[in-house]
Structure formats: structure tokens, C-alpha cells
Design a protein around this ligand. Structure first.
Ligand code: HEM
Length: 407
């Protein structure tokens, strides 16, 4: 049996409940938020460590290091939560590839969980200890945390890349004809792709700092000079980081050219052009433009990256006859409707409430009192959650009863 047929046979025999493109779009869309927080975490964590060792150069570095340590702490939890959605969607339409890649490096997938836990604990120790007058040696906890997060990123990359190379699977599974079920090797790493994506954390830290400076403008305890320092540093980081990322992008493009015909694809070059555009905007308007606007431009770059990754995947798998558009569909409209209503209704109201509440509370010094809009959104969130819980159970009980009495 050839590998293309094998991949199609490995698909879930139950099929999928809605058109595959729906899952593909959701996968690409949700991954943007995952990678945004990955980059924000790496960028702010790196800055926290750098600032920690520059504390003797002035009070601002101490403050910045403490603030960035806190940002990275929140970033890790968000990148994990926001990784779940694309993981689920990948497993729906690319299940043969994702499971094979996972089994081929199974030990590393287990290591991933433990290193994530140890890394997060380590970062927390740094977070609790990174106060004024903290000892230099606590910096080791930060290095361990960031190092382990990097390793986790490499594992994630390997799984994504191994999924694209079905022609190699047999060699990895049984090198020289001898079966190796240890799962102890990270077989497929494309350094240019991994380093390019990770390098974006430097400009991400820059854009984050610019938005940070604008966000805290309303707080009297964040004086103008400190925010100007953060902004200036942000512009510098974004500019230097983007130049560096552009070089790594060209390296990835060269690798893609060697491996397939993708070097001339317009979306790949659009990604490069969008980075150049962001570089231009930062150089020209970095000191004047609102930090949120530049951050929005950064999200646009990540959107193109997400689409580009998917195009790359399609191009790698099509020659083997793997095309998600012919995935067997067994339409299940009620569950599709329930999913979208949950996504928009509960996600929109509960998620929207928390985002707005945290956004506004952070801009006030001392105690925050919710205004009318926030308290109304809070009520709406509780109502939506109650409604969702009732619907969830009623729907489940109806299905259960109909299967009991239907037979
Ligand atoms: C510190 C932890 C993590 C880091 C640094 C990280 C980083 C990354 C990076 C760099 C990629 C892109 C790989 C590539 O395209 O070459 C990626 C993809 C991905 N990550 Fe994460 N990630 C982390 C944790 C997680 C977690 C906990 C989940 C799920 C719960 C997750 C789900 C995903 C998914 C689904 C993809 C896309 C895979 C694909 O398209 O085939 N990640 N991650």
C-alpha cells in the first residue's frame, strides 16, 4: 500500500461533522492567537531576564524586568489555553499526519508535558523572587524556565514538520529495516522555519512595549519618563528584530525552494512584504503612532504567517493524494450549531467580559469600580453561561433518550 492511500485509510472512519474547510479556517484562525502569545511570552521573558541583569543601570530596568516577568507569566498560561483550539482542529482534518508524527516522537511528547510544568514552576519562582534587591542567582530560574519553553516550542515544531514528510515515516519508524518503537528521536527539524518563527518574538516584544507605553498613559503611578523609556526600547527592539527575522525568513524561503516549488508562491512573499511594511511603519511612526495600531499591524503579519503555514502544508501533502476537501463528511448540524453558538455566545460574552474587565481594571490605580457597560456584560456572561449549561445537558439527555428508546 502506498503512503498516500495509507494516510487516507488512517482517517477517522466516522468522518467529520461539517465541511473540512470550516475546520481548516478555524485551525488557521485560532493558531494566530496561540502563536501571538508564544511570541509575546518569549519576547517579554527575554526582556525580563535582560532587564534583571541590567538593574545597576537604573531603576527603570528593575521596573521593566518585574513588569515583563509578570507579562510572561500570564503569556504562558494564555499560549497553553489558546494552543488547545488549533490542536483540536488539526486533529480533525490532519489526524493521520498529527498522530503519526506524535507516535514517531512519543517520548518527546511526554517530555513536553513535564518540561512545560517544570518550566512554568521555574518561571513562577523567578516571578515571586524578582523584587527590588533580589539576588542575582535567582536569574537561573528564569533561564531554566525560558530554556524549557524553547524546548517545548522545538517539540511542537518537530511534530508540525514531521507531519509534512510522509515519505520519511517508514525510514524513521524502521531505520534500516529494524523497527524502532522508542519514540526517542526528534526526526524532522527545519531550523530555518523554527528559528524564523521564534525570532519574531524580538519584534513582538518591541510592539508589546509600545502598546504597554500607551496602555499605562492613564496611570499616575507610571510616570511619563518611564513610559517614554519603554516606548523607545520597544521601537529599537521592533526595528532590529524585524531586520533579523527578515534574514531568517529568506533562509526559510530558500529551504522551501529546495524542497518544493513554493519559493514563487505569492503568499510567501506577501509575508516578507508585510514584515517590510511593519518595519517601515515602525521606523517612520514608531514614536508617534498609537502602540495598539502597530500591534494590530503585527497581528496582520501573524495572520499571513498562519495562512502561509497552511499553504505550505497543503503543498507538501497534495503530491501524496492527501486533500482535506475529500474528507468524508457526516453532517451533524445540531452539534455544528451548538459549537458555533458556544464559540460566539459564550466565547463572545464571557471572554469579552473578562477581556474588557481586565483591560479597564489595569488602567486604574488602586481600586477599580466597574462602570455600567462592564457590569452589564458581567450579567450577560452569567446568563449566557447558565443558558449554555442548560442547553448542553438538555441536548445530551435528548440524544441519550432517543438512542435508548429509539432502538
Ligand atoms: C511553551 C510552550 C509552547 C511553545 C513554545 C509553542 C510553540 C509553537 C510553535 C513555534 C509552533 C509553530 C511550529 C511550526 O509551524 O513549525 C507551534 C505550533 C502549534 N502549537 Fe504550540 N507551543 C507551545 C505549547 C503548545 C500547547 C500546550 C499546545 C496545545 C495545547 C500547542 C498547540 C500547537 C498547535 C496545534 C500548533 C500547530 C501545529 C500544526 O499546525 O501542525 N502548543 N507551537
Amino acid at each position: 500500500m502506498d503512503i498516500g492511500t495509507l494516510m487516507n485509510v488512517m482517517r477517522d472512519p466516522a468522518g467529520i461533522p461539517s465541511h473540512p474547510i470550516v475546520f481548516q479556517v478555524l485551525m488557521v484562525f485560532t493558531w494566530i492567537f496561540h502563536i501571538a502569545f508564544v511570541l509575546m511570552t518569549f519576547g517579554t521573558a527575554g526582556l525580563a531576564i535582560y532587564g534583571f541583569y541590567r538593574r545597576d543601570r537604573g531603576e527603570y530596568w528593575t521596573r521593566l524586568s518585574m513588569a515583563m516577568t509578570k507579562s510572561a507569566k500570564a503569556g504562558v498560561s494564555l499560549l497553553i489555553v489558546l494552543g488547545v483550539a488549533p490542536l483540536l482542529f488539526t486533529q480533525v482534518v490532519y489526524d493521520p499526519q498529527w498522530y503519526t508524527a506524535s507516535v514517531l516522537s512519543a517520548r518527546w511528547l511526554v517530555v513536553f508535558i513535564f518540561t512545560l510544568i517544570i518550566g512554568y514552576c521555574s518561571w513562577f519562582i523567578f516571578y515571586y523572587s524578582n523584587k527590588e534587591g533580589a539576588r542575582r542567582r535567582i536569574g537561573w530560574f528564569a533561564f531554566i524556565g525560558l530554556g524549557l519553553f524553547m524546548l517545548d516550542g522545538l517539540i511542537m515544531h518537530t511534530l508540525a514538520y514531521q507531519s509534512l514528510l510522509p515519505e520519511q515515516w517508514m525510514n524513521w519508524y524502521a531505520p534500516g529495516g529494524v523497527v524502532d518503537t522508542s519514540g526517542a528521536t526528534l526526526h524532522g527539524i527545519q531550523w530555518s522555519r523554527f528559528l524564523f518563527i521564534i525570532s519574531l518574538s524580538v519584534p513582538a516584544a518591541g510592539l508589546y512595549l509600545m502598546a504597554y507605553a500607551d496602555y499605562f498613559k492613564s496611570r499616575p503611578d507610571r510616570e511619563h519618563a518611564y513610559l517614554a523609556f519603554a516606548r523607545q526600547l520597544g521601537v529599537k527592539l521592533a526595528v532590529v528584530g524585524l531586520c533579523f527575522s527578515l534574514l531568517l525568513f529568506l533562509w526559510w524561503q530558500a529551504d522551501l525552494w529546495r524542497e518544493s516549488v513554493l519559493a514563487t508562491h505569492p503568499v510567501g512573499w506577501l509575508l516578507g512584504v508585510s514584515m517590510l511594511g511593519l518595519l517601515y511603519a515602525t521606523v517612520r511612526y514608531g514614536q508617534r503612532a498609537h502602540g495598539y495600531a502597530l500591534m494590530g499591524a503585527g497581528m496582520a503579519v501573524l495572520t499571513i504567517l498562519a495562512v502561509w503555514r497552511e499553504i505550505v502544508r497543503i503543498h507538501y501533502l497534495l503530491p501524496f493524494g492527501y486533500d482535506i476537501t475529500n474528507y468524508p463528511v457526516h453532517a451533524d448540524w445540531p452539534s455544528t450549531a451548538l459549537f458555533f453558538l458556544t464559540f460566539l455566545g459564550v466565547g463572545g460574552s464571557v471572554g469579552g467580559f473578562f477581556v474588557l474587565l481586565l483591560y479597564r481594571a489595569g488602567r486604574v490605580q488602586g481600586m477599580y469600580t466597574a462602570d455600567k457597560l462592564v457590569s452589564r456584560m458581567g450579567t450577560l456572561a452569567v446568563v449566557m453561561l447558565a443558558l449554555w449549561t442548560v442547553t448542553f445537558f438538555v441536548y445530551g439527555i435528548v440524544i441519550w433518550m432517543s438512542s435508548v428508546f429509539g432502538n
